[in-house]
Design a protein around this ligand. Structure first.
Ligand code: DGY
Length: 322
């Protein structure tokens, strides 16, 4: 690294341990108020900082990145998904982009299981009843959920997180696993059957879990037609990106009772969640907290910093994407 420490601008408030590590290597500009950057503040940051540590909340579109006086050489993303950054433009402009895979896999897979259990055991609707004083006591038959044992989990996108969810579902809950992955993925160390298409997974599964990147090509992939293939008792779980599901089509299927339930941690146009979703009892809604454990968030921050250290020290990046 050169004798003058590179300037790193951090767009969001980070865990304390991450700030400490950043400060020991760089000249750092932190965002202690955690107020979201406007487009013009992002442009200014690109003109002033050697590197930017950002998260999914900062949209680095071509319009933002395309600056004649840009100083930033690297965007180190705190998170694995990179749909908020125009990677093609970054590549053509020699901006390095890194992310934080692996370290959030367990946390996100755990949260996916939480949503699967919540949806199949009607946790939200029961809790709502209890909190509104409408619970009249134990009942042998009222509003029963379903067991996961022997049921089929359909995984769409069998990457790191998809596999971690499938492993938990199989080993922990006795589920069978069927999956679709666009590319061939060698052997898996637990029983899991590949299907020919997303449609085949959807038709067969009792619980469908989406683990796809939010690239434009995946927007609206789980559309009305695909949702119509779901079994009437099936549940749809999404901890990847909201844009992958046609949210309106999902609302229709849930409100008409066409499908049994859903569990969502991600939405189209976050942080806006429409009342058509929040008013439904058969959907569990969480605010994009897949990786929100102290352990995962520290590890994501450390990895984001390690990518910056590698860049400015001309070492091998732990996780470079562009
Ligand atoms: C991720 O890692 O992609 C999370 O969704 C936060 O960005």
């Amino acid at each position: 690294m050169s004798s003058v420490a590179p300037k790193i601008l951090v767009t969001r408030r980070m865990p304390e341990a991450v700030n400490k590590k950043l400060k020991s290597h760089f000249t750092v500009s932190l965002n202690e108020t955690d107020k979201l950057f406007t487009s013009s503040e992002l442009r200014k940051a690109l003109e002033e900082a050697d590197g930017i540590l950002c998260s999914v909340t900062e949209k680095f579109s071509r319009t933002i990145l395309d600056l004649s006086k840009r100083k930033t050489q690297i965007i180190s993303n705190f998170g694995v998904g990179l749909d908020h950054i125009d990677l093609n433009f970054a590549k053509s402009s020699n901006i390095v982009v890194t992310n934080t895979p692996d370290v959030l896999t367990d946390a996100t897979a755990d949260l996916t299981i939480l949503l699967i259990l919540s949806s199949t055991r009607k946790a939200y609707s029961w809790e709502k009843k209890l909190r509104s004083g409408l619970w009249s006591g134990f009942s042998p038959v009222e509003d029963l959920g379903v067991s996961l044992r022997g049921k089929t989990l359909g995984v769409i996108g069998m990457g790191r997180i998809g596999k971690a969810v499938a492993r938990r579902a199989h080993q922990g809950f006795g589920m069978k696993v069927v999956y679709f992955n666009r590319s061939y993925i060698g052997s898996i160390d637990f029983p899991a059957r590949p299907a020919q298409s997303i449609g085949h997974v959807i038709r067969e599964a009792d619980v469908i879990s989406i683990h796809l990147p939010g690239d434009k090509s995946n927007h609206g992939l789980i559309n009305k037609e695909k949702i119509s293939l779901m079994r009437a008792h099936a549940h749809l779980i999404n901890t990847s990106r909201g844009e992958v599901i046609d949210q309106e089509a999902l609302v229709d299927a849930l409100s008409s009772g066409r499908i049994a339930g859903a569990g969502l941690d991600v939405f189209q146009n976050e942080p806006h969640v429409p009342q058509s979703l929040t008013s439904l009892k058969n959907v569990t809604l969480l605010p994009h907290i897949g990786s929100a454990t102290q352990e995962a968030r520290d590890a994501m921050g450390f990895l984001a910093v390690d990518n910056l250290i590698a860049h400015f020290g001309q070492k091998q990046y732990p996780s470079r994407v562009v």
